[in-house]
Design a protein around this ligand. Structure first.
Ligand code: ATP
Ligand code: MG
Ligand code: MG
Length: 378
């Protein structure tokens, strides 16, 4: 890491913290920001988490931090009204600068922010057990539910058109027409696969445009390691709020399912290894709907499966675009890495399509069971 302790100390000094920082160490397995754990000398004071925000990806850091502030304030207010909740542990707390700003800009143009460090928590990169999938679903379902009464238009788009498939496709077709790296002719089969599904993949956008789907506040990076679990592995806090912005609920559901349901890695070379883990799908769905059933419309419930199809498709489109453009966006480890990633996502989508009715059946059954249970109680 390029950040020296002296450099970091000068940055930390700008923040309004309690006590004195005794140790600073690089932390976690995030891919986007640089994260440091700050341990307080005197343990009567809290520990902190310092992050250099990736400004190459997030162009408007003030707007990003404004989003995080609005969302965490709303969550805190909502949680405070729920018995047995603990807003301090269940929501991220921004530590402002001594001058009140929410981020620090250093002499090199880097942006830094600080959060309260949440003690006695774990996060895992991989979901292995049904109980974990359930807790992940619950965390993101609750997150969406608590934000469902907040006006989504108050938030900025931290990455414009992030989940907009029309934009992703138009960039793909532009890359294809330009064919700058002369790779287009190698990917006819993959291009055909994408072409055949263009209309169906616009379903969510179209439902939104026609006013059938509400624009909600969504997380947009619903990986399992963006949920902190408590000492008993129960969901405690949703973290990594950089991409929180207006969106459709199915994007978050589909993004979580894309990795949970895949028994292989995102760039698996051996396509035979890409199989669906349906018990994990069901467990995530149960956790998610146990919280989200309170606010989802019937159309939103129906849209969840569209998200499950859309997100691997969108990943395939993005990887293939990058391959055709000569690997300019994603880091690649070998020649053809982006093509291998494309093929793995296409294979995953084929598997999902083959189990389409089973997966819809699970969503509907879980949803109806929850609805029947609520009717019995009331
Ligand atoms: P990603 O690759 O998911 O985008 P990132 O680089 O944006 O990650 P974060 O997810 O914000 O980084 O943080 C990295 C890791 O630090 C998390 O996976 C988690 O383990 C830990 N972490 C983040 N915030 C906190 C917190 N407030 N308290 C304790 N641990 C935290
Ligand atoms: Mg993260
Ligand atoms: Mg992140």
């Amino acid at each position: 890491n390029q950040h020296t302790p002296q450099h970091l100390s000068a940055i930390i000094d700008a923040f309004s913290i309690e006590g004195t920082i005794a140790t600073i160490k690089p932390y976690g397995s995030g891919h986007i920001n640089d994260t440091f754990y700050l341990k307080n000398e005197d343990q009567t004071h809290p520990d902190y988490l310092l992050q250099r925000i990736n400004h190459a990806i997030f162009k408007d850091v003030p707007a990003l931090m404004d989003n995080v502030k609005k969302v965490t304030e709303h969550l805190r207010k909502k949680l405070a009204a729920i018995p047995d909740s603990n807003p301090k542990k269940q929501v991220l707390t921004i530590i402002p600068l001594k001058n009140g700003l929410l981020y620090f800009k250093d002499v090199d143009g880097n942006y830094w922010r600080m959060y309260l460090y949440l003690t006695d928590t774990n996060s895992y990169d991989l979901v292995e057990k049904e109980i974990q999938a359930f807790e992940g679903g619950k965390a993101f379902g609750r997150f969406q539910a608590l934000l469902s009464d907040m006006d989504a238009t108050l938030l900025a788009e931290t990455i414009p058109d992030f989940h907009n498939i029309e934009m992703r496709l138009s960039r793909f077709y532009k890359a294809w027409s330009t064919d700058i790296a002369k790779r287009r002719d190698e990917v006819n089969e993959e291009t055909d696969f994408i072409n055949k599904r263009v209309d169906v993949m616009k379903s969510i956008l179209n439902l939104g445009k026609e006013g059938h789907l509400s624009l909600r506040i969504t997380h947009n990076d619903t990986k399992f390691n963006n949920v902190l679990l408590d000492a008993n592995d129960k969901a405690q806090c949703v973290i990594d709020l950089d991409t929180v912005m207006p969106g459709y609920v199915a994007y978050d559901f589909g993004d979580a399912i894309r990795t949970i349901i895949n028994s292989a890695s995102e760039d698996e070379k051996d396509l035979n290894k890409i199989k669906l883990n349906i018990p994990l799908f069901e467990a995530y769905t149960k956790g998610y709907l146990s919280e989200a059933d309170k606010f989802l419309s019937a159309v939103e419930v129906d849209s969840l499966m569209m998200g499950v199809l859309l997100i691997p498709y969108m990943q395939a489109v993005r990887f293939l675009t990058d391959y055709i453009e000569g690997d300019v966006y994603y880091k690649t480890n070998f020649e053809g890495h982006n093509l291998q990633r494309t093929r793995a996502q296409i294979q995953l989508l084929k598997e999902i399509e083959a189990e389409h009715d089973t997966l819809v059946g699970i969503i509907d059954r879980v949803y109806n069971e929850l609805k029947n249970a609520t009717t019995l109680i009331s």
